[in-house]
Design a protein around this ligand. Structure first.
Ligand SMILES: O=C(O)COP(=O)(O)O
Ligand SMILES: [Mg+2]
Length: 220
């Protein structure tokens, strides 16, 4: 396969954002007189967007659904306030991410972000980390009517880049990334270090341990 473009998941793939997400989730819980959750617990609740994260962290239950209740709305407001105030206090790129993005850019490949994180967090976070300019297209969880695992965000990027589905590599860390890539017909590589548990069982085309291994897929 010839790769002519790449689309990246954000949380758990490009950046380790758990400390800031957990801090905001626990600050929201404290506002509601609830005790804090362990970072690993919050990590297990990330992946389906902010509403889902707030519903799960409020209930401390992975199966909790967003129902738009008054309590959930209140928790969302508190989470929003705390998270926006500290998007990048501890959030950092995983090793080799910046160098590899630079190398891919130098190869002339257009790069996109396809995240379930809402735009109001995604865009300032990328700005604060100084990489907004690296990505020609940024799709957040609320940019389009559907988010991952829907194919829609990746189809949007394919249209913008004008490349065929088998020419764009999706890179992610969790089940939603792989399902979205499959639904869109894109090849997919999973990073082993992200938030998805047992990523090797998720059915990606390849699993990589280090981000720089991506270069092998575009230079072959
Ligand atoms: O914010 C989320 O729910 C997950 O974000 P991601 O799609 O970048 O992993
Ligand atoms: Mg992710």
């Amino acid at each position: 396969m010839t790769i002519r473009a790449l689309a990246f998941d954000l949380d758990g793939t490009l950046v380790d954002s758990i400390a800031d997400l957990a801090r905001a989730a626990n600050a929201a819980r404290a506002d509601l007189d609830l005790p804090p959750l362990a970072e690993a617990t919050v990590e297990s609740y990330v992946g389906d967007g902010a509403h889902s994260l707030v519903a799960r962290t409020l209930a401390d239950d992975y199966t909790a659904q967003w129902t738009d209740s008054a309590e959930q709305q209140h928790a969302m407001q508190r989470f929003d306030l705390h998270y926006k105030a500290g998007l990048t206090i501890a959030t950092r790129f995983y090793p080799q991410v910046q160098e590899t993005l630079h190398a891919l850019h130098e190869l002339g490949l257009p790069l996109a972000i396809v995240t379930n994180k809402p735009e109001r967090y995604t865009l300032p976070l990328l700005r604060e980390l100084g990489v907004s300019e690296r990505f020609e297209v940024i799709v957040g969880g609320d940019t389009l009517p559907e988010r991952k695992p829907s194919a829609l965000p990746l189809q949007h990027v394919l249209d913008r880049f004008g490349v065929a589905k088998d020419e764009m590599l999706m890179v992610g860390d969790s089940k939603n990334d792989i399902l979205a890539a499959r639904a869109a017909g894109c090849p997919v590589v999973a990073v082993a270090y992200g938030y998805g548990s047992d990523v090797s069982a998720l059915g990606a085309d390849h699993v990589i341990e280090r981000f720089s291994e991506l270069l092998e897929f575009v230079e072959s």
